[in-house]
Structures are given as structure tokens and as C-alpha cells.
Design a protein around this ligand. Structure first.
Ligand SMILES: Cc1cc2nc3c(=O)[nH]c(=O)nc-3n(C[C@H](O)[C@H](O)[C@H](O)COP(=O)(O)OP(=O)(O)OC[C@H]3O[C@@H](n4cnc5c(N)ncnc54)[C@H](O)[C@@H]3O)c2cc1C
Length: 428
């Protein structure tokens, strides 16, 4: 048994860990050990990737490129390869992953299983929209090849690893001119301006996102929008990554640091600028500090990410910000973003038309859980949903209300696979 935690470090749980490295032997291996859960990079914040007391199939040695057609941008690879490693091969050849989350230290399989979204949802949808084929192995030893349009494909995209283990994924990449993005950054003072900026940017800007100050409760923040650039610049030297060396005895994100940091960040960024940024620093700034999740101290942290339908978005986000400000909790890492109209492929995909708010919270036990209960009420009333990839505590009724295709999904589950999350939210 080895101790495994997810990104939120809310607990360190005993697991058996088996590494998969030869995709041809995966059907045999899964049949021999007919109960477990795929585990990629553990970049999910909560319990979707954990199976305490049970088995995890570590997929990160399934990391081979299988075929890349440079003329069409069609890539077939093993599911344990990191997004970073795909990008470093395809970007110099004029292609890019069409959707990327805030970290590139995640696997392709993890990105499909959570159907992750990026800053370009309004033009590109989520990760699953660009998947052309999945090779899925089930614990009965069977292998199926899934395509868009198949019910099992829709169950597997965003399927939280519960329909089988993906060994191979084929993706359609996006054409780009180079690794640079032209980035426009500007402050906003309230949520109305945020929505005006977001709506006004959707037609002409591929990537939009904003940082929001969760301390004031007023909804001020910094809006960023970007387009791929044709600029040819010398590539930046690959920065040596810093690492948060230890877990401090108390969280560094606390009442004393929260207010000054949010204030400082806003002041530093409040001048409107247009800059050229390398894709790694624009899309994945947090990857530069390895193990940054340690800064939340020994009790770890939660992320609370919701999406609210557009018609209730403004009031709902305002109400959540007010609750958060009143509670004195929150962090520097608060993101507000709109999703486009495109419906997601997956039965349990998170992304849906509306506005999404994501915030990290130091785990302060009951105090934090009480805040989440009040945020849950706002999400429930607005007809919204929470993101399983970030969750470790949402109530089952909120999950069921937020994911109306749950019953349809359940018929596609692999009976030999379960997670702490599936036991908590689906009963098995
Ligand atoms: C700094 C940071 C920023 C982030 N930003 C975003 C963001 O902008 N947008 C977003 O959507 N998410 C974001 N995330 C969440 C992250 O992208 C997802 O949790 C992603 O799924 C993690 O991939 P992983 O390889 O670590 O998978 P894990 O966390 O290890 O596993 C996630 C799920 O995938 C399943 N799985 C993994 N591999 C396979 C496989 N081969 N076959 C079947 N199932 C599999 C697991 O069983 C589990 O259910 C962020 C996370 C971090 C830490």
C-alpha cells in the first residue's frame, strides 16, 4: 500500500498502485485485477481520482505517440501522455491541442475523463469535442473502439474514469502560426462590466478569462483576452521550475495574506496592457511553481467551481461573491469566465452555457463546509452545477439535479471500477 493524495491534499489515503506500461497487455491486466480506478497525474482536486483502500492503475507510463499526421493535425497517442509533452512535439510543427486546462501537467486520459475546458469554450467547446476515437478497455477484458455519436463515447467523455480505462485517444489538433499569443489585459470594476467585456470579446477573441478579487465582494477584477499571433520571436529559455519545498505548518493563504495580496495583484495589473506571451505562460502560469498546492498547509484546500446558467449568472455570482467576502475565506486564485452555447458531448460533462466561478479555499473544517453549504444553495436555486474534477464534498442531491443525464450514464459504468467520488455520489 502507498499513500496517495489528489491535488487538494485533503487526505493521504492508502492505495495499491499498479503501473500500466504496455497497452497491449492492459485487457489481460484489468481482467486479472477486476476492481480499480485509472489514475493519471492526480491533478484533480478532490476524490474523483481516488480509490482509498483499493487499487489505482497508474497510466503515466502509457505515454507513447502512436501516429501523427502533420498535414491534417490528427494525433493518435496513448492516454497517459502529458498535455505538456504533446504540446512540445506538435507546437513547433504548427499544431496545438485545441483545448487546454490551466495545467499542462495532466494526462490526455484525465483530460477526456473530466472533459476539461480551457479559456476558449465559447469557440471550441471542451476537450471531448476534439476527440475522434477512444480505445476503451473494460475490466471484463473486452476492448472497444468508440467514436463520436456512440452512446458509450458520450458516457466516457466526462465519464470520470468509470466506464473503463482508455488506452488510446485520437485527437484533432488545431492549426496555429506559432507559440505566441497577443494578450490584452484590462481591469473591470464590477460584474456588469465583466459581462459586457466577456460578451463583447466573444466574436473577436479566442481566449477569454478573468481574475476576480474575492475579498471586496464588489466583483472587481482583471479581464484577459488573447488571440494566437503570427509573431516570430526567439523562444524564451525554458525556465527552471521553482518548487514549493515543504508543507508549511499553517496555510500561507489566510486572513492576514488574503486581503493584501488581492489588493496588490489588482494594483499591479490595473493598467491596460497589450503584450505578446508564450502559450505556456499564458495558459499555464501556475505550472511554474511545482507543488504550489503545499502552500495551503497540512489540512489541504478545496476548490469550489460552479457553472450557473446565463439567465441567473449575474445575480448568482454576485450572491456567491458576497457570501465569500462575508466569510473572510477565499484565495488569490479566483477565476470567472463565461462558457459558450455549445452543448458538451459527455453525459456528465461539466461545461454548459453560462458563467463559471472557481475559487480555492484553505480547508478550515466546519467553517469552510458551512460556507460551501450556503454557496450550494445559490447554485441549486440558479439551476447550476458543480465540477466533479474539483469536488470532494458536494451533496448528492445537487449532483443529481445538476447532471440530468446521470441515469443514462449509469448503464454504461464498468462494474469493476469505482472511486471515492462514485461511492459518495452514485452509491457504488
Ligand atoms: C493548476 C490546475 C489548473 C486546472 N485548470 C483547469 C481548467 O482550466 N479547466 C479544467 O477543466 N480543469 C482544470 N484543472 C483540472 C484538471 O485539468 C483535471 O482534473 C484533469 O482531469 C487532471 O488530469 P490527470 O491526468 O491529473 O487525471 P487524474 O486527476 O489522475 O484523474 C482524473 C479522472 O480521470 C480518470 N482517468 C485518468 N486517466 C484515465 C484513463 N486513461 N482512462 C480512463 N479514465 C482515466 C481518473 O479515473 C479520474 O476519474 C486544473 C487542475 C490544476 C491542478
Amino acid at each position: 500500500m502507498v499513500k496517495v493524495h489528489s491535488w487538494g491534499r485533503l487526505g493521504n489515503f492508502d492505495h495499491q498502485l499498479h503501473s500500466l506500461s504496455d497497452r497491449s497487455s492492459v485487457p489481460y491486466q484489468l481482467q486479472q485485477e477486476p476492481s480499480g480506478l485509472a489514475f493519471g497525474m492526480g491533478r484533480s482536486y478532490g476524490d474523483v481520482c481516488l480509490n482509498p483502500g483499493g487499487l489505482l492503475w497508474n497510466t503515466t507510463a502509457l505515454d507513447r505517440f502512436i501516429h501523427f499526421d502533420e498535414s491534417t493535425g490528427r494525433l493518435r497517442c496513448e492516454a497517459g501522455i502529458l498535455l505538456r509533452d504533446v504540446q512540445r512535439v506538435v507546437v513547433p510543427r504548427g499544431w496545438m491541442l485545441p483545448v487546454v486546462p490551466g495545467t499542462q501537467l495532466a494526462t490526455i486520459g484525465g483530460a477526456v475523463a473530466n472533459d476539461v475546458h480551457g479559456k476558449n469554450h465559447h469557440v471550441a467547446g471542451s476537450f471531448g469535442d476534439h476527440v475522434l476515437e477512444i480505445v476503451l478497455v473494460r475490466t471484463d477484458g473486452s476492448t472497444s473502439v468508440l467514436h463520436p455519436g456512440d452512446a458509450r463515447f458520450a458516457a466516457t467523455v466526462g465519464g470520470l474514469g468509470l466506464t473503463g480505462l482508455m488506452t488510446e485517444v485520437t485527437l484533432q489538433l488545431k492549426r496555429i502560426h506559432g507559440p505566441w499569443l497577443s494578450v490584452d489585459t484590462q481591469p473591470y470594476q464590477n460584474l456588469s462590466t465583466f459581462f459586457d467585456l466577456a460578451d463583447g470579446s466573444e466574436a473577436d477573441w479566442e481566449h477569454t478569462v478573468s481574475w476576480i478579487d474575492c475579498v471586496t465582494g464588489q466583483g472587481r477584477g482583471i479581464f484577459m483576452r488573447a488571440n494566437h499571433s503570427q509573431a516570430q520571436r526567439e523562444l524564451p529559455k525554458r525556465a527552471r521550475h521553482l518548487r514549493m519545498p515543504v508543507v508549511p505548518p499553517v496555510s500561507l493563504v489566510n486572513k492576514l495574506t488574503l486581503k493584501p495580496f488581492n489588493q496588490l495583484y489588482y494594483q499591479l495589473k490595473k493598467k491596460r496592457t497589450t503584450t505578446l506571451q508564450h502559450y505556456e505562460s499564458f495558459f499555464h502560469p501556475l505550472d511554474n511553481l511545482l507543488d504550489w498546492n503545499r502552500m495551503y498547509g497540512p489540512r489541504g484546500f478545496f476548490q469550489y467551481q460552479s457553472v450557473l446558467p446565463r439567465e441567473h449568472g449575474r445575480e448568482g455570482v454576485q450572491a456567491m461573491l458576497a457570501q465569500i467576502a462575508r466569510s473572510g475565506q477565499g484565495s488569490f486564485l479566483a477565476v470567472l469566465k463565461t462558457f459558450g452555447e455549445r452543448p458538451s458531448v459527455g453525459m456528465l460533462s461539466f461545461a454548459r452555457p453560462g458563467v463559471t466561478l472557481a475559487l480555492d479555499f484553505t480547508n478550515q473544517g466546519e467553517k469552510t463546509l458551512a460556507l460551501f453549504a450556503s454557496l450550494d444553495d445559490i447554485v441549486r436555486d440558479a439551476g447550476g452545477r458543480l465540477y466533479p474534477a474539483k469536488d470532494s464534498r458536494m451533496p448528492r442531491d445537487l449532483f443529481e439535479a445538476g447532471y440530468p443525464r446521470l441515469q443514462e450514464f449509469l448503464s454504461h459504468r464498468d462494474p469493476g471500477i469505482s472511486s471515492a467520488m462514485s461511492r459518495r455520489l452514485m452509491g457504488s
